[in-house]
Structure formats: C-alpha cells, structure tokens
Design a binder for this molecule. Structure first.
Ligand code: 1HN
Length: 344
C-alpha cells in the first residue's frame, strides 16, 4: 500500500488557505480513517474490579446526597477513549449505581436506552412505564428509549447495579436529551410473569402486545434455569448461551445494544468467534478468566471488563462449579447498519 503525502508536505500558506475556508485535505488522514484489514480501535481491553469500586461507590454515598446526584453513579470509563468521554466502547456506556435505603431517584425519560443488571442488595425497585420491577441480584431490567423510569428503595442495605446504556452513540448523534417528570403511578402488571414460559405467550387479543417493549424484567432465576436446562443437553464444546429478546417477536430486546447470558461449565474454555462488535463481560456467578487478544483478566463475581470489536476473546471457567457471564455487545446496531461481521 502506497505511503501517502502528509500535511507537512504541503506549503504552509496553502494549508492556511485551506483552514481559513474550512477545508481539509483527505490524503494525510486517509489511512487513519480507513486502516487496512481491521478497524483501529480506541476501545482498550479494560477491567473494573468490584472489590476496588465498591468502597469508592459507598464513599460517594457519604459524600454526595441523592438530591445532589439524581443518579449516584461511578462510570466505568475506558482510558483508550479518554476518561472524560465516559464510554466503555464506541457505543457502550457502563456505570455502577448506588441507591441507599429510603432514597429516591426521581422519574425521568430520555432518548438513550438503558438496562440495569442488579449486582447486590435487596429491597430496591425501579418503576418503568408504570410497571414496578423489583431488583434482585442477576436480574436484567430494561429502560428502553422514551419510557419513564425512577428508582426507590424500601430495604435496609445498599443496593448496587450496573447500568448499560447506548449513550455514547446517541450522544454522538446529537440525539441525547432528558425530560423530567412526576412520580409514576403503578398501572401495569408484572410483564415477567406474563412472559415467564418459553413457547407460550399471552393470547394476542388480551395481552400487552402492541407495546414495543412487552417485557421489562428478566428475573435471574428464570435465565439461570434456562441456561442449566440448555447445558443438560448441550454436548461439551457447544456454547451455552441465551439472548435477552422481545418475547413477542424474538428480536433483540433493544434496538442498539444486545444482551445475553452465558454459562461456562466446569473446566470449560470457550474461544468466541471473532466478530466486529465490541463486547462487555460482567460476571454474575463463579470465577472466569477472560483473554482479550493476549490481555488476560481474572473476573471475580461482580467484576466487569470490555473487549474491542474484532479482538479474539477466550473465556475460561475458573470455578469448581458453573460460572455465569452477562454479556453486552453492539451487534444489534451493527446488524441494522449492515457493518456486522463474524470472521469465525
Ligand atoms: C440514567 O437515566 C440512569 O435512570 C443511570 O438510573 C445512568 C447515565 C447517563 C444518562 C442517563 C438511571 C445514566 C442515566
């Protein structure tokens, strides 16, 4: 591939003439925006350990009252993007949120989509679109674009959850904004009970269909049971994984980011297919090694790490029993845009 001319090759008065007219020569930057064979990635393989994060999050609980924070969150920022950008990858935002007993995070709605993966504690709940969703360890709760949501806590100990949002993408599109609201009245029945059994759905005439997001809470005990059931029949070597989908359509549960849970059986090592989307791994149960193109992470429970797109990733179970990993990725977005690739 030919080496292209640089900016410095050009006379200063020519460069200044371009700048003065808001013009830029392409060729000095062409290889940077179009690298050969594989994208250049700012997303650096990065790990955030819960043991290090938790005391700092609890300290935030002492330093900053909820009224002064609205959402008391420490953002898991990727240094490759610059910490101030608050992004884990090009499109994924991650944050650990703390809610203390009796606290209230007021209702709002916004354009970015969010999900919560509950890490620790009992007694908190989030109300989404009039549906009260209790929060328990391992549950996934959706807060899709445009739906009202607020968090409360009737329990006695701190509750912590992982927020995953497509904020970096929506912000980049200059489409990110919020609307403040009044506390919601609970009007909707629990969607996770209506959609609790695979293969059968509430009869369309009487169900919640017509809602773009019919199911908002995916209880961990159901997801774990689905993985255990799949593992009972899956031959060694076949990945045991379930995707969080819209039960009415089978589509990804949200438009931009994809969510799944993966079970590593005792002794299992899994080389994931090399794919274009960046990924986030959060350990729900067990212990796991994550090798991202030669960078080795060890995840204990509640630890989180990320991998850039196109990076080979290997997951290794380190526990005596099964390990369970929650995965977020950019696949739905990339598939919709037609840039998704799986290189096997
Ligand atoms: C948000 O609305 C929440 O509702 C958490 O808990 C984190 C990060 C950026 C923008 C909105 C929440 C957020 C957020």
């Amino acid at each position: 591939m030919e080496t292209l001319g640089t900016l410095e090759d050009l006379p200063l008065d020519y460069r200044e003439a371009l700048t003065a007219r808001n013009l830029v020569p392409l060729w000095p930057s062409l290889r940077a925006v179009l690298p050969p064979g594989r994208p250049a990635s700012k997303t650096r393989p990065t790990q955030w350990t819960y043991a290090e994060l938790k005391p700092l999050l609890l300290q935030a609980g002492e330093l900053t009252p909820i009224e002064k924070a609205e959402r008391r969150v420490l953002v898991l920022a990727n240094p490759g993007h610059g910490l101030e950008k608050m992004q884990a990858s090009a499109s994924i935002y991650l944050g650990m949120q703390l809610l203390l007993p009796g606290e209230w995070a007021p209702a709002h709605r916004h354009t970015p989509n969010a999900v919560r993966m509950i890490v620790e504690g009992e007694g908190a709940y989030t109300t989404v679109d009039g549906e009260k969703c209790p929060m328990s360890r391992g549950d996934l709760i959706l807060t899709p674009t445009g739906l009202w949501h607020e968090h409360g806590h009737d329990g006695t100990a701190p509750v912590v959850w992982l927020d995953v949002l497509d904020l970096p993408l929506v912000y980049y599109m200059e489409a990110s904004y919020v609307t403040e609201g009044e506390a919601q009245t609970v009007t909707a029945e629990a969607s996770e009970r209506a959609y609790a059994r695979g293969g059968v759905l509430p009869t369309p005439m009487f169900n919640r269909s017509g809602r773009r997001y019919p199911m908002l809470r995916y209880p961990w005990q159901e997801v774990r049971a689905a993985l255990e059931a799949q593992a009972a029949d899956a031959p060694a070597g076949r990945p045991v994984q379930v995707s969080y989908v819209n039960p009415e359509t089978g589509d990804d549960c949200q438009n931009i980011l994809g969510y799944s849970a993966l079970m590593l059986r005792p002794g299992e090592t899994l080389r994931l297919p090399v794919r274009s989307p960046a990924m986030v791994f959060h350990l729900i149960e067990g212990a796991a090694g994550v090798d991202v193109e030669g960078t080795a992470f060890e995840l204990a429970e509640a630890d989180t790490c990320c991998a850039p797109g196109y990076a080979p990733v290997t997951l290794i179970n380190r526990a005596d029993g099964p390990s369970f990993v929650f995965i977020a990725d950019e696949a739905p977005l990339q598939k919709k845009l037609g840039v998704y690739e799986c290189r096997g």
